[in-house]
Design a binder for this molecule. Structure first.
Ligand code: NOJ
Ligand code: CA
Length: 568
């Protein structure tokens, strides 16, 4: 946590005020289904998470973000919410959630919940009511129901695509059983899009926010924050429709349903609500937009606090790309006074070790699925270096569960695939959602308490993870876990780290990222392919590999004590 120096009311006396926690927090993402199972059914839950909080406190994180835990048919891992005020029985109940929040707070860990406002589950009461109601009814007006095109209304109302593949429209039967209207779903057909032009929808979500803020939640991650507003005339996309499916970055410029300016009205209201609560409650937006400048618009005065920086996540292993992403992020965010966030992984993307061990490709695009085997040693070296880069940058950082263990993607066999995107696209995100290995030398690695057979865990874990269990890594100084723990501890202690600014070192060495942060900190990341010299006499605070003879090998990073400026 940073202390900010601000000038006191008299204008002369500087006073120290603690900056809001979210400006430099390290947030650990808990994919709850795969974190820890507390009732022995092979599926992670709140009880399991509560038993492992000491691990997170010792790791040194400031907050956790828990993926959706609401009542849900679990068609899309809980991003299909049937009741926003209830915990799904797979994960526990509201008492468990309250107890989790209290436990976390007792350990100094904040809790960020996930809110899913773009769509509900088809099993949500509102959608069920809409199906029973007539075209033009108030029940249907909460969603996007439209007559189809064609003589019999047999064609979708427009050419919008689902992010999970195929048309974004599904036709329903009228109460008399005859084919009737179509409804919009930008994701799975079980995830109908809400109509945010409808005031009932707005009021309902304001009440849901209060429901969770009243329970002591410190923040909310907004799912598909860039999608809520649609152009009500529902114009065709034309040529752009083809690029709309999963994992292709949406072309959001002047788009009929992504990143529309009218979103600001919703988030201005949400910010007012969060600000009514004590204790710096915050939002973090999941917004896939075309540029850092567009992202910063969500963080403008009176709007959201933070947003995921996917520009950084999509960088190849290239100093030039990273530097470009860092500069544009810092510039755009400083204009609105918001702290950047840095993200390398989440539950939708292949794990970093896998991506970086596979080639320099960026995301789970076609090449990812088809490219040859993964060089895990290379991926792991790069993931270690990237962790030091991420944690040295100004702002807040996100760590996806298992990144601190150096896990890699494991694609389940076709019969075991759970991701709904697979049916429509042939691609699955299950590979990065494998349950965590805690201890022991064989699957399920103490994931479940009481213990279960390996086959009873919801996605299978590879035998090779026996070296990567938490308990195995705690006994090794050279493990990924040891690196993360050391980095997080240093980040807490070092006055230069967290919120603030950076200065690139000159002269610039090609393939090298090198910056200083005041006071007395320097970060060097070598992406050049050759060993590079560290500054003479540099005191290494932490490095991703052993540094010998003043040389930093390729695919490695070091944190150094920089010469402090002498006071003028
Ligand atoms: C983004 C979430 O991260 C992803 O897992 C989900 O499928 C979509 N939003 C739809 O809610
Ligand atoms: Ca369970």
């Amino acid at each position: 946590m940073t202390d900010m120096q601000v000038t006191g009311a008299t204008g002369s006396e500087p006073v120290h005020r603690r900056a809001a926690w979210w400006r430099d927090a390290v947030v650990y993402q808990v994919y709850i289904r795969s974190f820890a199972d507390g009732n022995g059914d092979g599926i992670g839950d709140i009880a399991g998470l509560r038993t492992r909080l000491r691990y997170l406190a010792d790791l040194g994180v400031d907050a956790i973000w828990v993926n959706p835990w609401y009542r849900s048919p679990m068609v899309d891992g809980g991003y299909d919410v049937a009741d926003y005020r209830a915990i799904d029985e797979l994960f526990g109940d509201l008492d468990d959630a309250d107890a989790l929040i209290a436990d976390c707070h007792a350990l100094g860990i904040r809790v960020i919940a996930d809110i899913v406002p773009n769509h509900t589950s088809a099993m949500h009461r509102w959608f069920q009511d809409a199906l029973r109601a007539a075209p033009g009814s108030p029940e249907r007006a909460r969603y996007w129901f439209r007559r189809g095109r064609g003589l019999e209304g047999e064609l979708p109302p427009n050419d919008w695509r689902s992010r999970f593949g195929g048309s974004a429209w599904t036709r329903v039967n009228d109460p008399d059983g005859r084919p009737g209207e179509w409804y919009l779903h930008l994701f799975d057909a079980q995830q109908p899009d809400l109509n945010w032009e409808n005031s009932e929808v707005r009021l309902e979500f304001e009440a849901i926010l209060r429901f969770w803020l009243d329970r002591g939640i410190d923040g909310l991650r907004i799912d598909v924050a860039h999608g809520l507003i649609k152009d009500p005339s529902l114009p065709d996309l034309g040529e752009r429709a083809a690029s709309e499916e999963l994992q292709a970055p949406p072309n959001t410029i002047d788009h009929p349903h992504w990143d529309r300016d009218e979103l600001a009205g919703i988030y201005r209201r949400w910010r007012q609500i969060a600000d009514e609560y004590p204790g710096d409650r915050m939002f973090v937006a999941e917004a896939w937009v075309t540029s850092s400048d567009r992202l910063a618009r969500y963080l403008d005065d009176g709007l959201l606090h933070t947003a995921f920086n996917f520009h950084f996540l999509t960088c190849k292993w290239s100093a030039q790309e990273f530097r470009g992403a860092i500069d544009t992020t810092l510039n755009s965010h400083s204009l609105v006074g918001a702290p950047p966030t840095w993200v390398l992984a989440n539950h939708d993307e292949p794990r970093y070790v896998t991506r970086m061990g596979r080639s320099d490709r960026i995301r789970q695009a076609e090449e990812h699925a088809q490219s040859p085997g993964v060089d895990l040693a290379l991926g792991t070296r790069r993931a270690r270096a990237a962790a030091l880069l991420l944690l040295a940058l100004p702002g807040s950082a996100y760590v996806y569960q298992g990144e601190e263990l150096g896990l890699w993607d494991v694609e389940p066999g076709v019969g075991q695939i759970q991701d709904p995107a697979f049916a429509r696209t042939g691609r699955t995100r299950d590979g990065c959602r494998i349950p965590l290995p805690w201890s022991g030398d064989r699957a399920p690695f103490a994931f479940s308490q009481p213990p279960v057979a390996a086959d009873d865990v919801w996605l299978p874990q590879p035998a090779a993870w026996s070296d990567l269990t938490v308990s195995a890594q705690l006994t090794s100084q050279h493990s990924m876990l040891a690196l993360y723990r050391a980095a997080l501890e240093l980040r807490r202690q070092h006055p230069a780290l967290g919120d603030g600014t950076l200065d690139w070192c000159e002269p610039h060495r090609p393939g090298v990222l090198e910056f200083t942060r005041a006071p007395g900190f320097r970060c060097v990341v070598n992406l050049s392919g050759d060993p590079i010299e560290l500054p003479a006499g540099a005191n290494v605070l932490l490095s991703s590999v052993a540094v010998a003879g003043g040389l930093l090998p390729p695919d490695a990073a070091a944190w150094l004590e920089a010469q402090r400026q002498s006071p003028v």
